[in-house]
Design a protein around this ligand. Structure first.
Ligand SMILES: NC(=O)c1ccc[n+]([C@@H]2O[C@H](COP(=O)([O-])OP(=O)(O)OC[C@H]3O[C@@H](n4cnc5c(N)ncnc54)[C@H](OP(=O)(O)O)[C@@H]3O)[C@@H](O)[C@H]2O)c1
Length: 292
């Protein structure tokens, strides 16, 4: 019988947008997660590029499970500052992997739909990766390093939205709601992906760890849609003016290439009984969270 994760020491590195939600969803289930990162509000201060500090901390905590949502997640920043992006997303991941190997910890690594080139869409876990920008390249290298472990879980997520607090970083949907509330026009690029509610990822992680899954999984919203359709649905649910949405080939200031259709198939997790929200379900839940 698999031991419940309630008995395990869980350490999360990178207490950002997704990380915070995982911590709060697990807390509601009576599961404590210890946090580390460069953010002010983590239990332990930890920079993943600092290999020595990582080993000291692992010696203290001896974690059974390590979540790694840390990294440089801004696509434009990765393109502009490639050395820094490589050091954090690739070398930083390597440091975490080495520590997990030394302390026999299971690693849950968060990756992205941007590992694909976006020509085909509806990618499965068996499809060949082919990133088109530097961020995607660093995530592919991160995945390859993680795959060297005996026990790991790679969760490829996409186009996150959700709500922790008013201090959250502005994700695409949250930013668009703010702009549209002010009756300002918003440009959206012609792109298709699977918008994903962070609460769903946290619930999926709980189930996947309870069942001791390992390997690579697509953990995104169950439905693919264009950014334009996503915002039209957002307007309907948040009662905003959809005529302010303007679809363009690409956003003028973008330097990094984007995959046109990076939608992911979630058939593999669905077969295991994991349910992810459709676009509309996700947005309705987001609105409820924001109004709490
Ligand atoms: N957001 C999306 O739409 C999206 C889409 C696909 C995949 N993902 C993946 O999902 C995961 C979580 O994304 P997210 O949106 O929650 O990211 P996020 O909010 O940017 O969180 C990442 C956290 O890592 C921290 N960090 C950065 N450099 C670090 C370092 N050297 N050492 C320790 N911590 C460091 C950041 O701190 P600072 O904020 O202080 O820099 C931040 O708190 C990432 O792996 C990302 O690649 C996200």
């Amino acid at each position: 019988m698999v031991e419940s994760i309630k008995e395990k020491v869980i350490f999360l590195i990178g207490n950002g947008f997704l990380g915070k939600k995982i911590v709060s969803v697990f807390k509601e289930k009576g599961i404590k997660i210890i946090t580390g990162g460069i953010e002010e509000k983590s239990d332990y201060s930890l920079d993943i590029t600092d290999e020595k500090s990582m080993i000291y901390l692992f010696k203290d905590l001896n974690p059974d499970i390590v979540f790694l949502p840390a990294g440089i997640t801004n696509v434009e920043l990765c393109e502009a500052e490639q050395k820094n992006a490589f050091e954090v997303n690739v070398e930083g991941t390597r440091n975490v992997v080495d520590a997990c190997r030394a302390f026999n910890s299971k690693l849950v690594f968060f990756s992205t739909d941007y590992v694909f080139n976006g020509i085909k869409g509806n990618y499965t876990e068996k499809d060949k990766v082919h990133p088109v920008n530097f961020y995607g390249k660093t995530k592919v290298q991160g995945e390859q390093i993680v795959q060297g472990l005996n026990d790991y879980l790679i969760a490829r997520v996409s186009a996150l939205h959700g709500f922790n607090s008013k201090e959250d970083k502005k994700t695409f949907v949250n930013y668009a709601v703010d702009v549209l509330k002010e009756n300002k026009e918003i440009l959206v690029a012609k792109m298709i992906n699977c918008p994903t509610l962070i609460d769903d990822i946290a619930e999926a992680m709980y189930l996947m760890l309870e069942k001791n899954f390992s390997g690579t999984f697509h953990v995104t919203g169950s439905e693919a849609c264009s950014k334009k359709v996503l915002l039209e649905k957002t307007c309907k649910i948040f009662n905003l003016d959809s005529s302010l949405i303007k679809e363009v080939e690409s956003i003028p200031h973008w330097k990094a290439k984007r995959p046109i259709n990076s939608s992911l198939s979630t058939a593999k997790i669905q077969l295991q009984g994991i349910k992810m929200s459709s676009v509309e379900e996700g947005l309705i839940k987001l609105k409820k969270e924001m109004e709490k």
